[in-house]
Structures are given as C-alpha cells and as structure tokens.
Design a protein around this ligand. Structure first.
Ligand code: K7E
Ligand code: CUA
Length: 867
C-alpha cells in the first residue's frame, strides 16, 4: 500500500470508528477486503465523507426536471438538503395546499388555466459584478414558458411569471452580470399571438425570440411591465448566455432548425429529426439587448402582443442590434468565458466545440463585414471570420463549465453526451488535456461557480441522464446519476455517484456555502410570500373565532404542544378560514396543520403565519392536528372541527354514567403533581444558576437555547394562577389539569435547558482525549447513566471523585466494573447496596472499555467544578 494513501485513509477511518491507529489498520484492511474496496476508493471516501455534524463547502441548486421543483444538495458530501416546491405542489412544505402558496402557484396560470406540473431546466443564481451574491435563484419551466424566483433568504419560491408570447422556453434563465435583466429564449417556434395559423404559413406566422425580463435585485422580483421580447425567426432557439465584461450588453442564443422544417411524419414526410439537421450549420443569434431595451421604450419600436412589448426583427436589424453567425449543426450549449471575450458553442451532431472571438465578431459588425442576409433580412457574419479556434472533443458535446485557471490556461470542461465523457481542454489553444468517463449520457455539467466571472475549480458534477447498472434495481424507471469529479489534480478523479430520484436534473449551479445567509426564523406573524405581516397574524391570548355571514375565520396559534383553539364548530356549507401563526422562536420548531378530509396542509416554520381556506361541505367530526413530530406531546397537538347541518334535528345520545374519583383521591393526585412540579422546578433552578454563573450569554447558540427555555418557563405563571384559582373554587379536576400543563412547560424548559447546559459544559471543559471520548461512549452504551448522574447522587452514587475515594482508585474501579460480583460481600459495598437498594451489575465491559472509562472519569474529575 502506498504509504501516503495508507496514512491518510487510516486517519480518516480511524477517526470515523474511533479506534487507535494500530487497530484501525487491521480493521481497515478487513473492511476493504469485505467490501472489495481499493485504495482509490478509500481516497475518494476520504475526500467526500463528511463526519456527523460536518458542513459542505458548496451548495448545489439542481433543477428537478419533470418534478417541476428544485433540489438542493451539498458538495463534496452529495447529501440532499432540500426540495424546493416551485411549479408543482409539494405537500411537506404545504406548497399548493394552503391559501398563500396556492396564490403563488396561481401566478403561473397560463391563459386562465392552472398548470400543476413543470419541466424545470436551467437554474440561475443572481450576480453582482458577475459573481454570485447568494440572494436569488431563478428557474425556467420549459413545458409551459414560465420563470420562478426563489428567495435564498428562506429557500422559498416567491414569484412565478408567465411568458405571454412563447409556447415553450428552453434557453432560460440567464442573469446579466448585475442581475438587472434575465434572458429567456423561446424553444419551439409558434405564433406569438396565440391564435391558430396553419403549418403551411410557418415561415410567415411562426416565430421564436428572446424575452429580456427586467429584474429588481433589491426586492427580488421580475417586473413584467418593464420587460420586452426580441422577435426572432422560427429557427427553434435553444440555450443562451448573457455577455459579460468585454461583451456586456449582448446576448447569445443558439438555434437548431435554420431549415425551418415543419415535420409531418404521419403524412409520409421525413420526421423533424431528419429535416432539422439537414444543413451543416445553424445560427448563433447575437443581439444587443442593452440597446434594444432603450429602443423598446419608444412605442414606435414595439408591437404589443398579449401585453408584452415585442421588438420586431426589422427594428432590431435597422438599429444594428441583431446578427447571425453560422454554427455547426444542431448546437446545444453556448457559454461565455468569464472575461466575456470568448463564446464557446457545442454542437450535438458535431464532434467539435467552436470558440468564437468577441473581438472578431465586434470587428465584423463594426466593418459591416457580412456574407449575406437570412430570409428575414438579418445580417450574417462569416463563421470563419468570427471563429477563434475549434476543438475536436468527441461525440455529442453539449455544455461547458470554466475552471479556476481559465485565464492563463483556458481551463474548460465539456460534457460529451454520446461518448459519456467529461473532457478537460483549453479554449484558448483548443487542445484536449484529459478525459473522464461517466455513467452514462451526461447532459449538463456543473462546476463550482463555473459560469461566473470567478470560477472556483475543485469539482465538476456530471449530470447524467442514465444510471443503468449503477444502483440497486427499482423497476424500469431508474434514477438519474450525479457524479462528483475531483478536478484539483492533473487528472480528473471520479469520487461519488448520487442517484437522483426526482426528475431529469438538466442543469445545476453551485455556490460557495459561505455566500448564503438564510434566516433561522421569520419575524413573528410574517407571510413569507409577501415578506410582510400576514393579515391573519395572531399572538398568544388573541386567539378567537369570528363569523362574517357564511364565512368563519379562526385566528389560531400553534406552540408546543397545542393548537389554540381546539374546538371549532361551523355550519354545513360555511367557508372556513384558519389563520395560523407559529408562536415558536426556537430554531427548527416547525409545526404542520391539516384537517381530516379537506385536503389542506401547511408547514409553519417558527414565526410564520398562513391561511387555510376550505368549504365545510361535509357534515361530521373532523380532527385537525399538527403534522410535524414537534415534541413529546406532538400527538396531543390536535383539535376538532365540528360541521353541523343547521337544518337537521339531531337526537342526543344518552350519557354514560362514569365512575368518579372521590374528593380525597383528587386531593391526593393534586398534592402529588404539585410536589412533582416543585421538585422539577428545583432542577430547573439549579440548571439556570449554573448557566448564569458560567456566562451562557457569551455563546450565541447556547444563548438561543436558554432564551427558548426561558420562554417556555415564562408561560408557567399564567397556568399557575389558573390552577390556584380552580383549587380555591374547589374544582380539583381543573386544578390538576392546569398543574399538569405547568409540568409540560417545565419538562420543555428542562429539556432545552439541559441541552444548553451540556453544550456549555463542553465549551468550558478541558477537551476530552480520544480515550476519554470513547470511554464516554462506552459509559452511555453500557447504560451506566441509568443509575449514575455525574455531579449528583441519584439511583447510584455520584461518580465525581470516585477515583479519589478509594485507595489505588483506578485499580479499584477497574476491578469493580469488570467483576462486581467478587466484591458484593465487601462491607463498604454491602452498605452502599443497602442504601441504594440496587446492586452494581456486571455490564460485560472489555478491559479496553474499562481503560477508556477510567480516562473519562479522570476527565470528569478535572472538570469537577462544572458538574
Ligand atoms: Cu442540455 Cu434542457 Cu440544458 Cu438538458 S438541456 S442536457
Ligand atoms: Cu406541533 Cu406536532
């Protein structure tokens, strides 16, 4: 074994299973043999494995393809973190199951029709000066031409915008370098006016184009009224890219049907695929969107179609703002280099990638050096005169990403669909440098910020269309396969396969995690979808139900572990709106809400308010409940909706005679719960004292926990008042229930408080040695904590100082753990056994474990003041 690899893997695996290096070696050899792993595998594992609690350096936003959603995962661990509901309902998040999210989905209605699916293709992250700023994410729906804006403050979709003139879009979304505009190119040409026009008039009445959407990066919204579309010939536009730096102000869009072929296989005509690929070249559209944006302000320069300002081809041509350059047939991806000086085009049916020089294009435009015009009068620039170089890459080149050394070494990576490869080459010299096989049929590839002005290198992810033999079989529909490739060395190294069971993830974009700063909670009563206070905001104590005609409004709250109100009675046929606010401030304390039968669901993250409306059109009793396992009393977090027919005469059932508790029994139960509460409170006070003495407020995470705990605790006073009042009135049943509620709050306080204390102890204590850490684990696994509480006499003696209590302490403890039965007759042990009414059992610990436990006990003694 190569000694470097061996050391590296031993450190990695040694840390993983917590064994010493010497035994890790043999353990590692064993695992390698058992699992058939090579050294290369171990190296890949060490490069991707992320220990529990670890974080990723990059966050990837991948399109969810036909799911209409977005998938979020980390690199290099490839752990999926989230699916974001976008064009498609997503039940967990209540996306499409409450009023507020239904409203966003309804923005995506096309010609009045609600469409509940989408074909997401190209996510784009907002940029400042050509670099990702971590604020907004936009994605297109190819099937139904729409764009959606996702807010990276909470990873939630905030806007859906419909393109009113296209019938499909593919070449979107692409931000301009300061996110002031977004390019969205049409795909399948069709009449812009949405009317019927016969296929025979394709050339006359069918059109493509690029919509240049105005985006306000401050508020993160597309402004349709300030947007416009550039009319293009019906060449089937494909992917696009926005120029930057040198080519700022220009846009580039491919096309694949310069033949303007219209198909007709059923009539005996050759199919689209034959007709569309007849010419050797198609057209790269080069357009000055910046100039056209100014021109479009003058109504004389636009036609308004379906409310969209459209700049006709002749206006664009007259103003020197639209040109064509031939590109090898059936191109697909077009990518502008970080400095904007080169435009790299890949042709699906060509083995080349073609690099165009912006300098040369500009010169040809300025010198009006054209080889002719297309049938629509658009000047055509000579391909040879615009070209920098061509690289022979292999079969089916599709997309490009730039590497860290793009500037001096022309570092670029291209996906080869047919050859199933990632090729590393130099776009300045057009020389191929390395190839990496992937499995199989790669579409896009994703570099780390690989299409910005500041590519990070490090990794490339291959987004493969097929997985065939990669994963366990799950039926004819396979997952797709994302493969992580290390590009830090001279040769690429394949590190990891990740199945994607969501949809076809065409493109993904990766951003440094350090650039994202999402919120932990919403400001109380906020609607995430407007960012403003929700009309239904309800605070504790404000819960109420009002009726306005046939509409019943419930102003409710959720907090561990109850929904207030718990009874809602309405008449059959009423419309019911539940306004719900999650009162929690604690991180991750999400509640959900659903009502039986009514097909509603919502997710309430801390601070959020939502509305849920439905017609109570079925009579009966409908439980509603919290759908997130939010606390130990989550199942109790429920209520009843009672829907009664006002025109019906109900016969009441005879009441069962239940045995009742006597006054004495009630009094006894009451005393018991009061005593329990007093004892629990004592524990809480001791924890609070400890936290205060040790300045918990210096540690933000602990401070947040303590605040959460104290928030729970603050609710006790009111319950206590109610309990005492009930007791005074002689209503013992009620008094017991309120005392029980106090206990609930105490348990929650203690639960969070103890978590805070443990964290604080860890912060303050001297670091544990590896052995002590293992000892602590063995201690917990052996169940020692069942009887011993560190720092306290409980069901067993306190273990603080146990090593000092006995002569030859370590030896004594060692013997005692290994063979307790031998010492049962020792008079000291006998007296202890009598006192605790328990005998130390033999836990079957190994000698090694006992050694470790002794190390742990030593650590305890060193930090005795903390317990
Ligand atoms: Cu190449 Cu839709 Cu970007 Cu798929 S697209 S691969
Ligand atoms: Cu709230 Cu379960």
């Amino acid at each position: 074994m190569n000694s470097m690899v061996k050391r590296l893997s031993m450190i990695a695996i040694g840390a993983l299973v917590g064994v010493s290096l010497a035994s890790a070696e043999s353990e590692l050899d064993k695992v390698m043999k058992e699992r058939g792993l090579t050294q290369q595998d171990l190296l890949a594992a060490a490069k991707t494995y992320t220990p529990s609690g670890g974080r990723d350096k990059y966050i990837v936003f991948s399109s969810g393809g036909q799911s209409g959603q977005i998938m979020v995962y980390g690199v290099p661990s490839m752990r999926i973190l989230k699916y974001i509901g976008v064009f498609t309902p997503e039940p967990w998040q209540g996306w499409g199951y409450d009023d507020d999210t239904k409203k966003i989905l309804a923005e995506g209605k096309i010609r009045g029709r609600q469409i509940t699916w989408g074909d997401t293709h190209h996510p784009a992250l907002s940029e400042t000066n050509g670099r990702y700023d971590g604020k907004w994410l936009v994605i297109n729906d190819k099937a139904n031409p729409r764009l959606a804006v996702i807010d990276l403050n909470d990873f939630v979709t905030k806007q859906i915008v419909v393109n009113p003139v296209f019938k499909s879009d593919h070449g979107g979304a692409f931000f301009t370098p300061n996110s002031n505009w977004i390019l969205e190119a049409c795909q399948y040409a069709a009449p812009l006016d949405n009317n019927w026009h016969p296929m025979s008039e394709y050339k006359e009445t069918y059109r493509g184009g690029v919509t240049v959407w105005r985006f306000d990066p401050k508020i993160g919204r597309i402004k349709p009224k300030e947007s416009f579309t550039i009319e293009f010939p019906p060449y089937m536009q494909d992917l696009s890219d926005a120029g930057k730096e040198a080519s700022f102000g220009w846009g580039f869009t491919n096309s694949f049907n310069s033949e303007m072929y219209t198909g007709g296989i059923e009539k005996g005509l050759p199919p689209f695929e034959a007709g569309c690929s007849r010419n050797d070249t198609d057209f790269l559209h080069v357009y000055n969107w910046k100039k056209l944006a100014e021109l479009a302000k003058d109504p004389k320069n636009v036609k308004v179609i379906n409310g969209m300002r459209v700049v006709p081809i002749d206006v664009a041509v007259k103003n020197n703002a639209l040109f064509l350059i031939p590109e090898p047939k059936s191109p697909h991806g077009v990518d502008v280099s970080p400095d904007g000086k080169y435009i790299v085009v890949c042709g699906k049916l060509d083995t080349h990638a073609t690099v165009y020089s912006w300098d040369k294009i500009k010169k040809a435009i300025e010198a009006k050096d054209f080889v002719g015009k297309d049938p629509y009068g658009i000047p055509i620039i000579d391909m040879k005169k615009a070209m920098h170089c061509q690289a022979e890459l292999g079969l089916g080149p599709l997309h490009n990403q730039f590497g860290k050394h793009w500037k001096d070494q022309g570092e670029i990576y291209t996906s080869l669909y047919v050859d199933s490869q990632v090729v590393k080459w130099n776009y300045l010299t057009c020389k191929v440098e390395d190839r990496q096989n992937v499995n199989y049929n790669i579409g896009h590839l994703c570099g780390m910020e690989g299409k910005t002005e500041d590519p990070q290198g490090e990794y490339i992810i291959a987004l493969n269309k097929l997985a065939i033999d990669r994963f366990n079989e799950i039926g004819p529909l396979h997952p797709q396969n994302h493969q992580l490739i290390d590009i830090r060395g001279k040769k690429m190294q394949l590190l990891y396969d990740m199945p994607v069971p969501l949809g076809e993830p065409h493109q993904a974009v990766a951003i440094r995690a350090s650039k994202l700063h999402p919120e932990v909670r919403y400001k109380m009563g906020t609607s995430p979808f407007t960012g403003k206070t929700h009309v239904g905001k309800t605070l504790a104590g404000q819960e109420h139900i009002v009726r306005k005609g046939n509409h019943v409004y419930v102003y409710g709250t959720l907090v561990r572990s109850h929904i207030n109100p718990e009874h809602v009675t309405v008449n059959l046929g009423d419309t019911v709106t539940f306004y719900l606010t999650n009162l929690e401030r604690a991180e991750d304390e999400t509640h959900g809400f659903t009502v039986d039968l009514y097909n509603v669901h919502t997710s309430l993250e801390p601070g959020k308010t939502v509305a849920v409306t439905f017609k109570a059109d079925k009579e009966g009793v409908f439980p509603y409940y919290c759908t997130e396992f939010c606390s130990a009393l989550h199942l109790e977090m429920m209520g009843y909706l009672l829907v009664k027919d006002p025109n019906k005469h109900y016969i009441s059932a005879k009441k069962l005679k239940m045995a009742k508790m006597s006054k004495e029994e009630l009094e006894k139960e009451y005393k018991k719960i009061v005593a329990t509460n007093a004892a629990t409170d004592k524990v809480i006070q001791s924890v609070v004292k400890f936290l205060k003495e040790n300045h918990y407020e210096k540690y933000p995470v602990i401070k947040a926990l303590v605040e959460d705990a104290l928030d729970q605790y603050s609710k006790i006073a009111e319950q206590k008042k109610k309990a005492d009042e009930a007791y005074k009135k002689g209503d013992l049943e009620k008094a017991i229930l309120f005392e029980n509620m106090i206990w609930q709050y105490m348990v929650k306080t203690a639960d969070v408080g103890i978590r805070a204390r443990d964290l604080l102890v860890k912060k303050l204590a001297t670091p544990m040695s590896e052995a002590a850490r293992r000892g602590h684990e063995a201690y917990l696994e052996g169940g020692c904590n069942g009887c011993h509480v560190i720092g306290k006499v409980s069901s067993g003696p306190d273990l603080v100082g146990v090593l000092q209590r006995h002569k030859n302490g370590e030896k004594w403890v060692r013997e005692w753990i290994l063979h307790p039965e031998k010492m049962y007759d020792n008079p000291y042990i006998k007296s202890m056994t009598n006192y605790f009414n328990l005998r130390m059992p033999n836990q079957g610990m190994t000698e090694k474990q006992v050694d470790d436990i002794i190390e742990y006990l030593k650590w305890i003694d060193k930090n005795a003041n903390l317990f």
